[in-house]
Design a protein. Structure first.
Length: 162
C-alpha cells in the first residue's frame, strides 16, 4: 500500500497532467488546422510540459542542497507537484473563457498558470529549506524557461502546420 505522501504525489501528478492536457488541447485549437493537427499539438504539448516539469524538479534538486540532503528526488518532485496544483484554477478559467465566452485566452492563461505555479514551487522549496529566498531563484528561472519554450513550441508548430 502507498504511503500518504506517495498517494498525494500521484494525485497531484494526475491533476497536473489533466491540466496540461486541457491547456494543450485549448491552445492546439488555435495553432493547428483540423483534428489531426490539434491532436498532435495536444500530445506534443503535454509531452513538453511533463518534460519541463521533470527538468524543473531536477533544477530544484541541483540548486537546493538542504532539499537534496533531506528529501532527494522525491522531495523535489513533491515540491514541483504541490506548486503546480495552482494550475487547476487557470485551466478551469481557460476552459470557461474559451468554450463559454469565446475568448481566445488559452495561451495567456497557460503562461500565467506556468509562472504562478513557479512562484508556488519556489515558496514550497523555501518552506522546506529554511525560508531562504535564494532557493526561489532556480524555480523561477526554470518556469520562465518553460514558459518561453511553450511559446516557441506554439509558434513553431503554427509555422510548420501552416
Amino acid at each position: 500500500m502507498m504511503d500518504t505522501t506517495a498517494r498525494d504525489r500521484v494525485f497531484s501528478g494526475l491533476v497536473i497532467t489533466f491540466c496540461f492536457a486541457v491547456l494543450a488541447w485549448l491552445n492546439g485549437r488555435y495553432v493547428g488546422v483540423g483534428g489531426g493537427q490539434v491532436a498532435l499539438y495536444s500530445l506534443l504539448g503535454l509531452a513538453l510540459a511533463l518534460a519541463c516539469l521533470a527538468g524543473l524538479a531536477g533544477l530544484v534538486l541541483a540548486s537546493d542542497a538542504p532539499l537534496r540532503r533531506e528529501a532527494g528526488w522525491p522531495g523535489a518532485l513533491d515540491a514541483v507537484a504541490r506548486g503546480f496544483l495552482i494550475l487547476l484554477p487557470f485551466t478551469l478559467l481557460a476552459l470557461l473563457t474559451e468554450l463559454f465566452f469565446g475568448w481566445g485566452a488559452a495561451q495567456a492563461f497557460t503562461q500565467a498558470g506556468i509562472m504562478t505555479s513557479g512562484a508556488a514551487v519556489g515558496a514550497e522549496v523555501m518552506r522546506r529549506s529554511g525560508q531562504k529566498l535564494k532557493y526561489m531563484v532556480a524555480p523561477m528561472l526554470g518556469v520562465f524557461t518553460f514558459s518561453i519554450l511553450w511559446i516557441a513550441f506554439s509558434a513553431l508548430f503554427r509555422k510548420v502546420a501552416g
